[in-house]
Ligand binder design. Structure first.
Ligand SMILES: CC(C)(COP(=O)(O)OP(=O)(O)OC[C@H]1O[C@@H](n2cnc3c(N)ncnc32)[C@H](O)[C@@H]1OP(=O)(O)O)[C@@H](O)C(=O)NCCC(=O)NCCS
Length: 146
């Protein structure tokens, strides 16, 4: 795992179409892509909306992290928070979340919401380290037929 001090600093910018292959590889490697067709739909929705953005984090020329931020009119949401496994634990996730928080706050979001499986202790701990805490709510949903 590269050392934060010896690695080039992280540059964050918005996704471009030429990033597609690298982002797909990162999402596959980091396990955030449940299904490629679903991810493609999410990406197209994001690109068509001014209230959604996909950011990539570059270490040198290489895409090492992503975060998708979306505003629902009140709250902000994150999706596809992913760091290249070779770079885990070097502060990239924290940096990407801070970038997306700033972007959302600049668009009037009053808070950020996250949904994390209660058994995913690593991701729970990651967000706790960033100052996030659980809310006493039950998330309910209903799937529409395909
Ligand atoms: C979760 C993930 C984004 C974290 O990114 P990261 O760059 O490794 O995290 P950072 O180095 O920025 O760590 C930030 C803080 O979280 C903590 N943290 C990160 N990963 C952790 C883990 N697996 N277990 C416990 N704490 C963790 C770090 O210790 C650090 O805390 P500190 O600053 O108080 O020391 C990354 O592990 C990942 O891509 N996981 C696979 C995809 C995923 O599960 N995404 C989230 C759901 S969509």
């Amino acid at each position: 795992m590269p050392d934060e001090k010896s690695s080039p600093p992280l540059a964050v910018r918005e996704y471009r179409d030429s990033d597609h292959a690298a982002v797909w590889a990162l999402w596959e490697a980091s396990g955030v892509m449940a299904a490629p067709d679903r991810a493609q739909r999410d990406l197209e929705f994001c690109q068509a909306s001014v209230d959604n953005a996909l950011f990539v984090g570059l270490r040198g020329p290489r895409i090492a992290a992503t975060i998708m931020a979306g505003l629902d009119g009140h709250r902000g949401w994150f999706h596809y928070v992913a760091v290249d496994p070779d770079h885990h634990g070097t502060g990239l996730g924290r940096h990407m979340v801070a970038h997306a928080e700033k972007w959302l706050a600049g668009r009037g979001a009053v808070k950020v919401e996250l949904m994390i499986s209660e058994t995913n202790l690593a991701v729970l701990q990651f967000y706790k380290s960033l100052g996030y805490g659980p809310e006493p709510r039950v998330v309910m949903s209903r799937e529409f037929g395909s």
